[in-house]
Ligand binder design. Structure first.
Ligand SMILES: C[S@@+](CC[C@H](N)C(=O)[O-])C[C@H]1O[C@@H](n2cnc3c(N)ncnc32)[C@H](O)[C@@H]1O
Length: 252
């Protein structure tokens, strides 16, 4: 039977690979590599580097997955995403049938952890449920951007007895609620942190774990414009940026 490994490769540093992830890597015959523009070119490089470094004495191959363009109509965000996932699912199903032999293993190298803001697992679950093709699948956890951010700033995510809320820039702008604890923000293309009021502490990091890594921490009112400027400059220079932050009321 075919098997799919959904492997968390960590959020940027090949040293984030776990022993379990390396073990799974060494069972894979075919890696599906998504191809999506400049950002993905850099991410693709990390994936191929990881394979070259950690796979020992084993033949493997890469199959490029063309990622379909997303629809432009965001009036119903969830419907837009589901339609996009259906198109990706069709591609994966075809590749599984055509490029993976009956007893071979396929692998998805998922940035960070597969359970966090990544659709691979959701899409593989859907293909599995259709039962058109029998296969087994296994998920290997990875070091997420959130763990990398906390480690690089040397801070715990939560304060004693408080909660941690994980959200996106879009939800933060819409006023995502939390109960006064810490908030971790990913996928913030709109720089939602510049729109927040009140006395807040921010721990920001971009390109975490890579040679380009940049960290800024401080009172939001004092560092927000610096972060916005660094963000714009790095984004222009590299053609892409990945940044995350932890935000909360300062310690009293
Ligand atoms: C689609 S989500 C994927 C998250 C990933 N599965 C994880 O576990 O980290 C992409 C977002 O994760 C965050 N991210 C991922 N890698 C990062 C890195 N190396 N540095 C900073 N943020 C990162 C950014 O907020 C980015 O927009």
């Amino acid at each position: 039977m075919r098997k799919i490994f959904i492997i968390g490769i960590g959020a940027g540093n090949p040293d984030y690979m776990t022993v379990q992830a390396i073990g799974a890597l060494n069972k894979v015959d075919v890696f599906f590599i998504p191809d999506k523009g400049a950002e993905k070119a850099a991410l693709r490089q990390l994936r191929t580097e990881i394979c070259a470094r950690f796979i020992k004495d084993r033949a493997y191959r890469f199959v490029e997955v063309q990622v379909p363009r997303r629809g432009e109509d965001f009036s119903d965000y969830k419907a837009n995403v589901l339609e996009w996932h259906a198109a990706i699912e069709a591609n994966y199903t075809r590749l599984l049938r055509e490029d993976v032999g009956e007893n071979e293993c396929a692998g998805f190298l998922v940035w960070g952890d597969p359970a966090l803001y990544d659709s691979t697992l959701r899409i593989v679950e859907r293909i599995h449920a259709q039962a058109e093709m029998a296969f087994d699948y296994e998920v290997i956890p990875g070091i997420s951007a959130i763990q990398a951010l906390a480690a690089r700033h040397r801070v715990p995510l939560n304060r004693i007895g408080e909660s941690v809320h994980i959200t996106t820039g879009r939800k933060l702008t819409e006023g995502a609620s939390n109960d006064g604890g810490s908030v971790v923000v990913l996928l913030d293309g709109e720089q939602a942190f510049t729109k927040l009021a009140g006395d807040l502490q921010i721990y920001w990091g971009a390109y975490l774990g890579t040679d380009e890594e940049v960290l800024v921490a401080g009172r939001l009112s004092e560092v927000a414009s610096d972060i916005a400027a660094i963000r714009a400059e790095r984004r222009a220079r590299n053609g892409w940026i990945m940044d995350s932050y932890l935000i909360r009321k300062p310690e009293t």
